[in-house]
Ligand binder design. Structure first.
Ligand code: SAM
Length: 284
């Protein structure tokens, strides 16, 4: 039996049956358009028998489109009512036994997933999209690529190169894990309820780690400090993390080959790592 997708009327009927009124707090904007979910799955290049992890399956719109390819899905959903109903929706739509596993948990707290998913596909809850992405890339190293839907502003940040106006801490941290690209825009009309922000699709491919885990932790602290005071030169913005004074910070920055007068928005993830390495060397 082929897997069938959810229609707009069924999405609303399911929500009514579960007494679910979509909440802003959980970023609950459900996709009611089959073309959109199929497009996401296509862009992610999901193949039969691949293991996909989905964050926030909701009523199952995107989940069914992933399962339609013959892939296996592990879905992590924080809303108990939605998590509980999903297996029944899947089986009513022709999903074979065992193809879907639902984890009834906060995605930000998940540290264990069954098997080793290699693809992340999600329409992410907007208020936690960046922390969820960073948590998943850090925690589940088997994830090699993915496509996610996020708020347009966030997607542009994730894919921004250094020097761009919107380049910030999320851009530099995301770049630590691999390469990111804007993969398409999504109309507000495909959601119920219609959100008051625009959405985009963002694709990523994991790359070899730039450095060790210890180096990553220090690099991320430096990135946070650099962007907390975005307008300041690095020798000031990083004074607290690099020795305590602007003078000490300048010495470390020069050792790393970075101009102390540069600003965080000019630096790549690899350059932030050079600062972390120079800091660690100075402490030895
Ligand atoms: N995938 C569905 C779709 O496309 O129709 C729903 C997407 S909706 C934008 C986001 C979903 O994430 C909701 O189902 C919401 O309950 C869930 N969610 C919100 N915060 C979460 C969290 N911290 N962990 C897991 N799921 C979360």
């Amino acid at each position: 039996m082929p897997v069938t997708l959810l229609g707009a009327a069924e999405v609303r009927a399911l929500a009514a049956d579960l007494d679910v009124t979509p909440t802003k707090k959980l970023g609950q904007n459900f996709v009611v358009d089959a073309n959109t979910v199929r497009k996401i799955v296509h862009l992610a290049g999901v193949q039969a028998r691949e293991h996909v992890v989905e964050v926030g399956p909701g009523l199952g719109s995107l989940t069914l489109a992933i399962l339609e390819t013959g892939a296996d899905v592990t879905a992590v959903e924080i809303d108990h009512r939605l998590a509980e109903r999903l297996p029944a929706t899947a089986s009513a739509h022709g999903v074979p036994e065992g193809a879907l596993r639902v984890i009834d948990q906060d995605a930000l707290r998940v540290t264990d997933l069954p098997g080793d998913p290699t693809v992340l596909v999600a329409n992410l809850p907007y208020n936690v999209s960046v922390p969820v992405l960073l948590h998943f890339l850090e925690t589940f190293r088997s994830i090699a690529r993915g496509v996610v839907m996020v708020q347009a502003e966030v997607g542009e940040r994730l894919a921004a190169p250094p020097g761009s106006k919107v380049y910030g801490a999320p851009s530099a941290k995301a770049a630590w894990w691999g390469s990111w690209r804007l993969a398409g825009t999504v109309s507000r009309q495909v959601f119920w309820p219609v959100p008051n922000v625009d959405s985009v699709l963002v694709g990523f491919e994991r790359a070899e780690p730039l450095g060790s885990e210890e180096e990553r932790i220090l690099t991320f602290r430096i990135i946070d400090a650099a962007f907390q005071q975005r307008r300041k030169m690095l020798r000031q913005a990083l004074a607290a993390v690099l020795g305590g004074s602007a003078l000490e910070a300048s010495v470390v920055l020069e050792r790393a080959g970075i101009a102390p007068t540069a600003r965080g928005e000019e630096l790549t993830a690899a350059e932030f790592l050079r600062i972390a390495r120079a800091t660690a060397a100075a402490a030895r």
